[in-house]
Design a protein around this ligand. Structure first.
Ligand SMILES: Cc1cc2nc3c(=O)[nH]c(=O)nc-3n(C[C@H](O)[C@H](O)[C@H](O)COP(=O)(O)OP(=O)(O)OC[C@H]3O[C@@H](n4cnc5c(N)ncnc54)[C@H](O)[C@@H]3O)c2cc1C
Length: 453
């Protein structure tokens, strides 16, 4: 079996490592246009903030390690074309500029995503940076050293992490977002207003509800100002964090995709071509809360899907379980995480939801400290099925969202959750764990409705 893998960051690395374990006789060839594998972009902000001292520490594998496993590593090779009928690819060796052809029995699309560059006047100016790969990370570090005013555009979790890191580095930071809230895909207003307050208290200038209209440069072509719909901000470094798009142009019009180009794969990671598999940011995921395909680019999805490609490459073996898009974030001394759908976004998935929020001490008051935990459950109004949850506390209780992710994956209702057996120990929680308690309150809420009806 000759398997070509295009792209080798998280999905590709997981696929080839497992493939060599499960199918040692398979001929596995990787084409990667970059000069490295397995870079953890999630460490960029930690590097900027000084937590991770060396960008080189942000790799967990290398071309050499994969070669030792028996994988043929074609680094700095870019795949230019895929003939899905003839099962052939055209590849360019970036260093020699030579074009060659290769053929496959199975092909793995692990081509990932690229940051979206919005078509704004002046976007090509120097010091307007993207934050995705190793080389971009190094450029950011180098340019941040000399920068005084930094504008971060896009208030998703990547933007928030970078803002905190630049602020901690002593820079003046302006945080620009077109929507009226930060983190609006992950958290509802009760949570995002706390995050916004925390950012403001640390001196970050929040520019919400503002759309960037133009970047203005100096005589040397370096960015100097950002002009939004509301104001003009000084900026000698700009970070664009406005989202990602799947890199699947090679298969446009040839295979089934979402409108944004994300490949649709079945339970065994096969695309609409049975010999072409997909994994990671190049693909849509099956989003369990909404029971539909969605684009949720996360490393967690990438490593799971890459591993499943290897399991299923020689025939269906292990089924993919879908995702809840669970994610966590630490901002100063706030720990937050979310899973599934928020109340605000339920509408976009055609879901009619109800919610319950509790805000109380996570453990008994007799303990030396007992911080509050704010926990919100989102459930389907008709079925009481849990579809989302959010948590925020000064104590790290983020793992609770992994517990609820499992509950959503298993289609549990708030009644199921109310009576799950969770331990009690005063160091960690109350006799009724906060997850049980929120679900019990949701049930109470439903009972009230029933009584009223
Ligand atoms: C700043 C930042 C922070 C993040 N933090 C988190 C986090 O905390 N948790 C989390 O779960 N996720 C996080 N993510 C998301 C995560 O990084 C991505 O989901 C993950 O990188 C996807 O992995 P992938 O292998 O599918 O694709 P990618 O990482 O996009 O890699 C695709 C690879 O394919 C190669 N390639 C593409 N086209 C070709 C071609 N034609 N020929 C040859 N090679 C090609 C590219 O060079 C690249 O190496 C973060 C992302 C960023 C940018």
């Amino acid at each position: 079996m000759r398997v070509l893998v295009i792209g080798c960051t998280h999905a590709g690395t997981a696929a080839v490592k497992n493939m060599k374990k499960l199918h040692p006789d398979a001929e596995v060839i990787v084409y990667e246009r970059n000069d490295n594998v397995s870079f953890l972009s999630c460490g960029i902000a930690l590097h900027v903030g000084g937590v991770v001292k060396q960008a080189d520490d942000l790799f967990y594998s290398s071309p050499e390690e994969l070669k030792k496993l028996g994988v043929t590593m074609k680094m700095k090779h870019e795949v230019l074309d895929i003939d899905t009928d003839a099962k052939k690819v055209q590849v360019r060796d970036i260093e020699s500029d030579m074009i060659m052809e290769d053929s496959f029995d199975k092909l793995v699309m692990a081509t990932g995503s690229s940051p979206i560059i919005p078509p704004i006047t002046g976007v090509g100016l120097q010091n307007i940076q993207l934050a995705k790969n190793y080389h971009q990370a190094k450029e950011i570090i180098q340019k941040a050293e000399k920068a005084t005013n930094i504008a971060v555009i896009g208030a998703g979790y990547i933007g928030v992490e970078l803002v905190e890191a630049f602020e901690a580095y002593g820079k003046h930071v302006t945080f620009i977002e077109g929507a009226d809230r930060v983190l609006n895909k992950y958290l509802d207003t009760q949570f995002t207003e706390i995050v916004e307050q925390e950012l403001s208290e640390h001196g970050v200038k929040l520019a919400l509800n503002e759309t960037v209209e133009q970047f203005v440069g100096d005589a040397e072509g370096r960015v100097q100002k950002v002009i939004t719909s509301e104001a003009t901000y000084e900026a000698d470094l700009v970070l664009l964090c406005v989202g990602f798009k799947p890199q699947t142009d090679l298969l446009k019009g040839k295979l089934d995709m979402l409108p944004n180009g994300a490949l649709i794969v079945n339970d065994y990671m096969q695309t609409s071509h049975p010999d072409i598999y997909g994994a990671g940011d190049s693909c849509a995921v099956f989003y369990n809360p909404a029971k539909t395909h969605a684009y949720i680019p996360l490393a967690t999805n990438a490593v799971r899907m890459g591993t499943l490609v290897a399991q299923n490459i020689a025939g269906p073996k292990i089924k993919y379980r879908g995702t809840q898009g669970t994610s966590g974030l630490k901002l100063y001394d706030l720990n937050m995480a979310s899973t599934g759908i928020t109340e605000a976004n339920a509408f976009f998935f055609g879901l009619n939801v109800k919610t319950i929020t509790i805000d109380e001490a996570y453990r008994p008051d007799f303990m030396p400290t007992a911080e509050n935990v704010k926990l919100k459950l989102v459930y389907e109004a008709e079925t009481l099925r849990l579809v989302g949850a959010q948590i925020l506390s000064k104590v790290d209780l983020t793992q609770a969202m992994n517990t609820l992710s499992a509950c959503i994956q298993q289609n549990m209702t708030i009644e199921d959750l109310a009576f799950v057996d969770f331990f009690f120990q005063p160091h960690y929680n109350q006799p009724w764990n906060y997850l049980n308690k929120a679900a019990l309150q949701a049930l109470e809420q439903e009972r009230d409705v029933a009584v009223l009806v």
